[in-house]
Ligand binder design. Sequence first.
Ligand SMILES: [Zn+2]
Length: 205
Amino acid sequence: MWFTCATCKGDVEALQKRWKFIPHHACNEHERTDGDGNRHRCEHTPLTAREQKKRMWIEKDSVAFQDLSSLVLDKRPLKDLEKMALFKHTGPLEIFHSALLKYLPKRQAFSYDGMRERCYLAILEHNENIVKRKQATTMTGEPRFKQVYCKKSKQWILKTIFTPHTTEFIRHLINRVMDRRHDPNITFNVPTSSLTPPSQHCPCT
Ligand SMILES: [Zn+2]
């Protein structure tokens, strides 16, 4: 289900087509032509002979195959699947809530302006680290992965390594505030000469 939703790119028809092919995939049949002459094939990379041998497949025309087919082709989940075509996962939202708690701890009370501005900081941190986060690369520019042992499938899998978490936006923000403060064309009630540059460790970090 995960693979089907993640790879359909918002196309409901493609999602349902892949979903309906699951019983055949479970029988180690990754390509077939149906009665109407339409060709279907799995979107995953071809499985090696070793991979095919390692997995447990179900027999075609067995009770298991019939049961799986009736579950997969059930109209209700098929209809619900349409809502999953955009593949929106709650993970990033939970990460954002965690960033929000960092800037807006529940035990402290803030003014309306303070709440709003701290909320902006959480959004900036989220955008810097989640929305714009890139895959880490080696010195030669190769994308980095790590090997993780999957207990369920009993095999090693590759997981993407992302660039480290940063709060660079704070430095940019401070620089822009200071530049604005030193701009002779902008007047402030507090004289610029009374300002001292902020320390390296901002209280927000
Ligand atoms: Zn397959």
